[in-house]
Ligand binder design. Structure first.
Ligand SMILES: [Mg+2]
Length: 184
């Protein structure tokens, strides 16, 4: 199978990275970090009060934020296992419009955590529906774009996508669901 894997919220732990960063600056803004299980919106800025939007955005547009994200537990091992099983695995990721640090640091993250050879597996696009694959593993509840996607969307489980029905996995329980998703 050709398996497309989203990067943030699936491989790189954006939520934990944001939570840690906000712990440092939250007191200055009089707002503690939202517990991860209480996140309800896909965009973290939508879960904080509107007057804090600038401060929230400043966290994840700062230099070093994307590079320092911890891996989602089990993600690195799962990537190795999928390759061992003979699947063609690609990272399919949409960068921020504020791309200056995000884009190069996404590549640095992959090189650091998955190895230099994985860098050639990166597909960086603002529209994932233009990318061909059998499956897309993504934490975003609705992945839309210009085309009817060729892939089947398997959700990566996160508190903010639990309203959405359909197949979902974590790296603790991915094998049956992901491998059963099969080619179309
Ligand atoms: Mg994501």
């Amino acid at each position: 199978m050709l398996i497309l894997i989203d990067q943030d919220g699936v491989l790189a732990d954006f939520e934990r990275g944001f939570h840690t960063a906000w712990q440092a600056i939250g007191p200055r803004h009089g707002h503690p970090p939202l517990p991860l299980e209480e996140r309800r919106s896909f965009h973290v800025r939508d879960d904080y009060p509107p007057h804090l939007e600038e401060a929230v955005v400043s966290v994840y547009t700062a230099p070093g934020f994307y590079r320092a994200l911890p891996p989602v537990p089990g993600a690195v091992e799962a990537m190795a296992e999928l390759l061992d099983l003979g699947h063609d695995v690609r990272i399919c990721t949409s960068p921020l419009n504020q791309y200056r640090y995000c884009v190069p640091e996404k590549y640095e993250w992959v090189e650091a955590h998955l190895g230099p050879a994985f860098v050639q597996r990166m597909v960086v696009t603002k529209d994932k529906t233009l990318v061909v694959g059998d499956v897309l593993v993504d934490d975003k509840p609705d992945v839309t774009g210009a085309c009817q996607p060729a892939w089947r969307h398997v959700l990566y489980d996160q508190p903010y996508n639990r309203h959405r029905p359909g197949a979902r996995i974590t790296w603790a329980d991915w094998r049956a669901v992901l491998l059963a998703a099969g080619p179309r």
